[in-house]
Design a protein around this ligand. Structure first.
Ligand code: ACO
Length: 442
């Protein structure tokens, strides 16, 4: 990636130990400002300390632009609203991975590869029998994706030449793995992918078809699932994507890098919030819809409770994904003729919170997770699979970042520094002469 044109020629000046250092300034395509500190340590001996990377740019990227103050989310320059309205998930996956929207022929080729790669090696299918009952679906997904590299090793060598095939293979097979893990957990016969179905219709059919009651694919449900997957497609340097980049920076293969990303996404502070929203709404429902008590709890500084599905580290205005998901939620419930009291509770909670000074002053708006679980629940997807759905949607983003990182000549193995705060050098005592440990900072 060529960055020369982004350097402004200006510098930030820092004085350390009486000596001046000039740090180059660069400004990104959408006006984001950065100070390049990459030579700071070699010149001055100083590093920067930044827990949680709150102020640290780990790379330059051309995939996603996000402006949390103004509710902007663009993939490769296209607004998320337009993509969710006019594209199918596979088209957006192609866009994220390749940089441009596909032509008709390119899309047909990409879809054809996905159809061809949808099946799992039968030996892999037996793996599902060996996980104990009740195994978390995210654990199964992460293990299965890692094992793809031993079943399909031909793509591990020279991966950049075969990145198209690898991308199609992973995106297609993860859908099959997700559906198979559900069928096994339910004790139901596996349903194999069909060539005549679209990506989303195929997934729904593999999940819910039955020998006694064939699954009828509902176009409103397919459309909502398409939107959900598109909206989860990428979110720049979040925890799981940074994990994929970090693991991949050691030149680990794509399958293993993505398996690590799935593990990161599993965490309740990251991808697990969609499940927590439904559980919170169910708690409110059990308390006879007394949502005001929950709002009061969320506002109480002495109470650790938070209104799950509200607030975001980056968005300090409306989450642009939430409105699209809320509309899709209304459509799905209407099309399936589902009356879910949780939707009424969610709407009332949103209404009250958006008019409450506590939430207004802190810029707390409903986020992407607030309504997505209600759609998944209406479709029949169990809550412990909500994060799996997030992973299926996020795959194209992870692949795009892995590819961009491997192609970027500036990229080096990820290796942060630290400030050492442990004991200074000490002599080892024989075991009989050692006292009780009184170490601090453990
Ligand atoms: N309910 C009540 N109060 C909240 C909430 C909430 N959901 N979120 C933030 N606040 C309050 C905090 O108590 C704090 O108040 P204070 O200034 O009086 O101390 C203030 O708003 C700022 O909160 P921070 O924790 O500093 O905000 P941060 O940006 O670090 O956290 C986060 C963002 C983690 C998403 C937070 O809003 C939260 O916990 N939300 C609920 C969980 C959730 O929905 N997570 C999914 C996020 S989307 C995703 O990851 C895909």
């Amino acid at each position: 990636m060529k960055l020369d044109k982004y350097y402004t020629g200006e510098t930030a000046k820092v004085n350390l130990d009486g000596k001046d250092y000039e740090l180059p300034i660069l400004i990104g395509e959408e006006g984001e400002k950065a100070i390049d500190i990459s030579a700071l340590r070699s010149q001055s001996g100083y590093i920067t300390l930044d827990y949680g990377y709150m102020n640290t740019g780990s790379c330059a990227s051309a995939i996603t632009y996000l402006d949390g103050e103004n509710s902007v989310l663009n993939y490769r320059g296209y607004s998320i609203d337009e993509l969710a309205d006019k594209c199918i998930f596979v088209e957006v996956a192609y866009l994220l991975i390749h940089g441009c929207l596909p032509t008709e022929a390119e899309l047909a080729n990409f879809q054809d590869m996905m159809r061809r790669y949808a099946l799992l090696h039968e030996d892999m299918v037996h793996f599902f029998d060996r996980f104990p009952p009740g195994s978390p679906p995210m654990s199964i997904l992460s293990s299965m994706v890692n094992s793809l590299c031993v079943f399909y090793p031909e793509m591990v060598n020279n991966p950049m030449e075969k990145i198209d095939k690898m991308a199609a293979r992973i995106i297609s097979k993860v859908r099959t793995i997700a559906a198979f893990s559900y069928r096994k957990a339910m004790g139901h016969q596996l349903v194999y992918p069909r060539h005549d179905y679209s990506y989303c219709a195929n997934f729904l059919n593999m999940m819910f078809d039955s020998p006694v009651e064939p699954y009828e694919v509902n176009p409103v449900v397919v459309s909502a699932l398409n939107k959900l997957l598109i909206l989860h497609g990428d979110h720049e340097q979040n925890c799981s994507t940074s994990t994929v980049r970090m693991v991949g920076s050691a030149h680990v293969n794509l399958y293993a890098s993505i398996s690590a990303g799935i593990s990161a996404l599993w965490g309740p502070l990251h991808g697990g919030a969609n499940q927590a929203v439904i559980e919170m709404l169910q708690r409110i429902h059990r308390s006879r819809g007394n949502y005001r008590t929950f709002i009061d709890k969320a506002k109480d500084p002495k109470d650790p409770f938070r209104l799950v599905g509200f607030g975001h580290r980056v968005y300090k205005s409306h989450d642009p994904r939430c409105t699209i998901i809320k509309n899709a939620c209304n459509d799905v419930l209407k099309a399936l003729n589902v009356k879910d009291p949780l939707l009424d509770i969610a709407r009332e909670l949103e209404e009250v919170a958006l008019n409450d000074d506590y939430f207004k002053e802190r810029n707390l708006y409903p986020n992407v997770d607030f309504y997505s679980g209600i759609i998944y629940k209406a479709i029949g997807i169990p809550s412990d699979m909500f994060t799996v759905m997030f992973a299926v949607g996020r795959l194209p983003g992870w692949i795009a970042h892995w590819k961009e990182m491997r192609n970027d000549k500036n990229y080096r193995i990820g290796r942060p520094r630290q400030i050492y705060v442990g004991p200074t050098t000490r002599r080892l005592s024989p075991i009989g002469a050692r006292g009780v440990c009184n170490c601090e900072n453990i």
